[in-house]
Design a protein around this ligand. Structure first.
Ligand SMILES: Nc1ncnc2c1ncn2[C@@H]1O[C@H](COP(=O)(O)OP(=O)(O)O)[C@@H](O)[C@H]1O
Ligand SMILES: [Mg+2]
Length: 345
């Protein structure tokens, strides 16, 4: 979390998103607060289907038509210092088109879907540049080649005219990062950027994202289901479960002293962090079906640490356990640990 409200480049409050289908309503995001400071790195972690991608897609307003923002504000501070609530604009308004790519760029797990198979990399990356900047062709070409070079694509002068399917998975991911950086965005949203890659390439791509973040002074919003990936990448982590943030805090703090039973279970399933050899503890049960959110704390049906009936009847408030470290669990509001609790909100 940034020190002061003034440093925030993005400030999302009470975000609620639902999908409406014939089969029913999916409550994908249920009152999420998060923010990103200028140049800061935050991470969203949680099992699959917990709402990480929907939250990020809502910021960029690229939800499918069945999805709707029910509540909340998405305050983005532009370069002139003006605050714009992205939730208020029409998703295909010129304001949002300008912000997408130009101010906030997103990269995905599967770069194959980000590139068109019928256009060369040059065509696509140059198009991204020309959408936002009026530059002579020659300069655009030099810029695209330079970007490919920066992200570590060998012989960029030749490869620039290749199609994305001529690239390996790792190289394609690098090309997608080059495309995302083409307009020098201020926020990079990286949604499972390395999940489809093998471990060695994964480490290279993560390092590249970190280097680019430093070179470009980017703010990073990293999404992953893998706590191991997030450990070295972000300053502040949000643990998400069924559309809610159950714990958030400085990365070291949350890793060394996780509070929420869900975070503890997630961390328990990473042997290298716990130092448990070979044994991967899995979280009991599975993420419930999206059409049927459990009442109360949505983790209670899987929780090893249920405190009482209230776990299944009302959503626990978020309490600050240590500076900047919050969790939503009745263990911390009820069990005489109040002296450790700075304030409830
Ligand atoms: N187009 C959609 N229609 C209905 N439900 C959706 C749609 N997209 C996502 N969801 C649901 O929203 C929830 C959150 O999904 P998502 O954000 O993709 O999870 P994550 O990225 O954490 O794996 C899931 O229950 C998912 O099934
Ligand atoms: Mg996702």
């Amino acid at each position: 979390m940034a020190d002061g409200e003034n440093d925030l480049i993005l400030d999302v409050k009470n975000l609620e998103v639902k999908f409406y289908h014939d089969q029913g309503v999916v409550s994908a995001v249920n009152g999420v607060d998060f923010n990103i400071g200028e140049g800061q790195s935050i991470g969203f972690v949680g099992e699959s289907a917990c709402g990480k991608t929907v939250t990020a897609s809502t910021v960029l307003r690229i939800l499918p038509p069945s999805g709707d923002i029910i509540n909340g504000t998405i305050n983005f501070r532009d370069t002139s210092g003006q605050i714009k609530d992205l939730a208020q604009y029409d998703s295909d308004s010129s304001e949002l088109r300008k912000i997408r790519g130009n101010d906030i760029a997103m990269i995905f797990q599967e770069p194959m879907t980000a590139f068109s198979p019928v256009h060369t990399l040059y065509n696509q990356i140059s198009e991204a540049i020309l959408l936002h900047q009026d530059l002579p062709q020659k300069e655009v070409r030099a810029r695209v080649i330079n970007l490919l070079d920066q992200v570590g694509i060998p012989e960029p002068e030749e490869r620039v005219d290749d199609y994305s399917f001529e690239f390996s998975g790792g190289m394609r991911q690098r090309a997608m990062i080059a495309m995302a950086l083409a307009c020098e965005p201020r926020i990079l949203i990286a949604d499972e950027p390395t999940t489809a890659l093998d471990v060695t390439i994964q480490a290279q791509v993560l390092k590249l994202i970190k280097d680019m973040q430093q070179d470009y002074g980017l703010s990073l919003h990293l999404i992953t289901h893998d706590l191991g990936v997030i450990a070295h990448m972000v300053d502040y982590v949000y643990i998400m479960y069924l559309g809610r943030i159950v714990e958030k805090g400085p990365i070291q703090e949350v890793f060394l002293d996780p509070k929420h039973p869900y975070t503890r279970d997630l961390l328990g399933s990473i042997p290298s962090i716990k130092g448990v050899e070979g044994k991967i503890a899995s979280i009991q049960g599975s993420v419930p079906d999206a059409y049927h959110m459990p009442p109360g704390c949505s983790f209670h049906p899987r929780c090893r640490d249920v405190v009482g009936d209230k776990c299944s009847s009302a959503v626990p408030q978020s309490v600050e356990i240590e500076p900047e470290h919050y969790t939503s669990c009745y263990k911390y509001t009820d069990r005489g640990v109040k002296e450790n609790v700075k304030h409830v909100r």
